[in-house]
Design a protein around this ligand. Sequence first.
Ligand SMILES: NC(=O)c1ccc[n+]([C@@H]2O[C@H](COP(=O)([O-])OP(=O)(O)OC[C@H]3O[C@@H](n4cnc5c(N)ncnc54)[C@H](OP(=O)(O)O)[C@@H]3O)[C@@H](O)[C@H]2O)c1
Length: 200
Amino acid sequence: MKIGFIGAGAVARSIAKSAIQAEHEVLLSARRGPQGLRDIVGVLGTKASAVSVEEAARLEMVVLAVPWLQVPAALEGLPNWEGRILVDTTNPFAQVEPELVLADLGGTGASELVAALAPGARVVKAFNAIRMEHYDKGPQFHGGKRVIFVSGDDQDAKAVVIGLVEQFGYASVDLGGLVAGGRMQQAGGPIAGRDWVVAP
Ligand SMILES: NC(=O)c1ccc[n+]([C@@H]2O[C@H](COP(=O)([O-])OP(=O)(O)OC[C@H]3O[C@@H](n4cnc5c(N)ncnc54)[C@H](OP(=O)(O)O)[C@@H]3O)[C@@H](O)[C@H]2O)c1
């Protein structure tokens, strides 16, 4: 499968590595444009390439991995998603330095806001509850498996993402729909940020 990425930072690179190990092709994009991604793509190897945000967004599966305040700019102006899968990894931080400050979403879930900005997308929230410092240690943990939580309203799209998570070697936990599940796993939610593991 070809997987597009909007964002080429820590999250995009970690997921891209897993995808490449699982024999997928990854197409990364960022605000700086494809020319600025040469080094990143070089490190990832021949199954990685750099494209524009528009090109990445055209693929059947697209991972959104940009800072929260950049989500509107990253999605703005893209054509209707026409049912393509958008995997939302973002967390709603209004500030990350010098300390993390959650954005005030007025009680709405972050992925609900993302879905509103991506008309026609089948949004699946995943990979956002785990910190990359944990993810990068790999799926195995003393015989158990690290958990990636997944939530989404479209069962088929969610099944595709769950399949990918399991192909990467991690355990998936289906948290249900985007509203309840998304709010549980987003930053500030009850399960966010911990290194969850399923026992062997
Ligand atoms: N780091 C973690 O442990 C972790 C874990 C789970 C979830 N998350 C969430 O995942 C998201 C990404 O985090 P990260 O740590 O990967 O961030 P990061 O390392 O700062 O990378 C952000 C990436 O987004 C790109 N970007 C910014 N604005 C853009 C735009 N308007 N259009 C296209 N690309 C744009 C940046 O490209 P340029 O450099 O060219 O601007 C950069 O490649 C955040 O929402 C974060 O809260 C992070």
